[in-house]
Design a protein around this ligand. Structure first.
Ligand code: XIL
Length: 397
């Protein structure tokens, strides 16, 4: 940091501290930060706290607490499924905007921003599209036109109402795939080649000049060996650097943050270093799908606290690592949970052999878990000089 930037940062710090000192004392009661919502506490840092929303739970009159917490604890929302291709365009050329529009309206009513998820992904595609490619009735040129039309239609429909779009999701393979050397994987790379990535960002930008355009992926929380042949973070870093060098309008990297207590996971410094290196490319960052799952052993299922407690503690520690790292980088703009309650989490349905769960910050009865308190404490007890307000990202042309 140059001297000028230190002085500027110092001025911001003083202003922030001054703002904190006039924190509202509600109706004669002294200000108690532990009673504030995550979204209010995060606002001090200019950070948005988000959640993926299960729109069925949101609409369930028998489950009012879900709606209440979704609206009060978070300042950004993501549709867990409703903006995916199979949901928006289940039959060719006919769009069903209803459920996604309802979530966008919920967000507006609760003064929340929306992360758009997702424009281009190899999963949850409609069968008319995948079958058409398999049976040869959709050729390469037509497939590219279909993708362009889809990106354009969706981004245009939501124009002005989406803060961040996940333009391309999970385009890169993992070390356990074949071949083990990291490569562009999945439906789109196989049928169109990797050029679809730059195309998608350009089409999205053409349809919305203001949305922030993100590449989103998992297992990119920290750098590994530094060799793009086996280090996914390095692979994505080089992809982003290349896109930026070619003037492709990418604005950010979304790190999903699906962690598990059975793994080693990361330390705060490693995650912070990764976020800062992406920022060095002129990109914003965000955690986009954070949850920390655990194996549901027989003991856990039988309610054995000796098995449950270490998992809850490890989960809380991991949530803390990701949030602390995000706070450490002023270009990390938002921190989104992939669901906030174990009552509605994708984990048990998705990871069933062995069974996994306990991945979110509220239990099945909406009691806040250690992880929730840890996030809250992190937001309260961090600040200048090492945690500074967020730097807004300007969309690249
Ligand atoms: C998951 C949803 O949570 C599930 O409800 C659905 O059945 C499958 O997809 N990475 C992503 C998300 O980018 O879209 C996935 O969401 C979780 C992994």
């Amino acid at each position: 940091m140059t001297l000028r930037r230190w002085i500027a940062a110092g001025a911001v710090a003083v202003a922030t501290v001054a703002a904190l000192n006039v924190a509202p004392a509600a109706a004669g009661r002294p200000y108690d930060p532990t009673r504030q919502s995550l979204r209010d506490l995060a606002q001090r840092h200019g950070l948005h706290i988000g959640t993926a929303v299960d729109t069925k739970a949101l609409a369930d009159p028998a489950d009012p607490r879900y709606r209440e917490l979704a609206g009060s604890e978070f300042s950004t929302v993501t549709a867990e499924n409703e903006m995916k291709w199979e949901s928006l365009e289940p039959t060719r050329g006919s769009y069903d905007w209803g459920p996604a529009d309802q979530l966008v309206a919920f967000a507006a009513a609760h003064h929340q921003r929306v992360r758009g998820h997702v424009l281009v992904w190899h999963n949850q595609l409609p069968t008319w599209l995948t079958d058409g490619v398999v049976d040869g009735s959709i050729g390469t040129a037509e497939l590219r036109a279909i993708l362009r039309d889809h990106v354009t239609a969706v981004v245009t429909h939501f124009r002005g109402r989406i803060w961040q779009w996940d333009v391309v999701n999970e385009a890169v393979s993992d070390p356990w795939d074949t071949p083990a050397t990291l490569h562009y994987k999945g439906f789109w790379a196989e049928h169109l080649g990797p050029g679809y990535i730059a195309d998608a960002f350009r089409w999205a930008r053409a349809a919305d000049p203001k949305a922030l355009l993100f590449y989103n992926d998992y297992n990119i929380e920290a750098f590994g060996s530094g060799d793009p042949a086996n280090d996914k973070t390095q692979f994505v870093y080089e992809m982003a650097r290349d896109l930026r060098a070619r003037g492709v309008p990418i604005d950010g990297i979304g790190s999903q943050g699906h962690l598990g207590t059975q793994y080693v996971n990361y330390d705060t410094f490693g995650v912070s270093a990764a976020l800062k290196r992406f920022a060095g490319l002129g990109l914003a960052t965000a955690f986009t799908e954070v949850d920390v799952r655990s194996q549901l052993t027989e003991g856990v299922r039988a309610g054995d606290s000796a098995e449950i407690n270490p998992r809850l503690q490890a989960s809380a520690a991991n949530f803390g690592v990701l949030l602390r790292a995000c706070l450490s980088s002023p270009h990390c703009l938002s921190f989104t949970l992939w669901g906030f309650t174990d009552r509605h989490s994708w984990v048990p349905g998705w990871f069933s052999d062995p069974p996994e769960g306990l991945a979110t910050v509220y239990d099945e009865n909406y009691r806040p878990k250690l992880a929730y308190q840890e996030l809250k404490a992190e937001l309260i007890y961090s600040g200048p000089p090492f945690v500074l307000p967020r730097v807004p990202q300007r969309p690249h042309r």
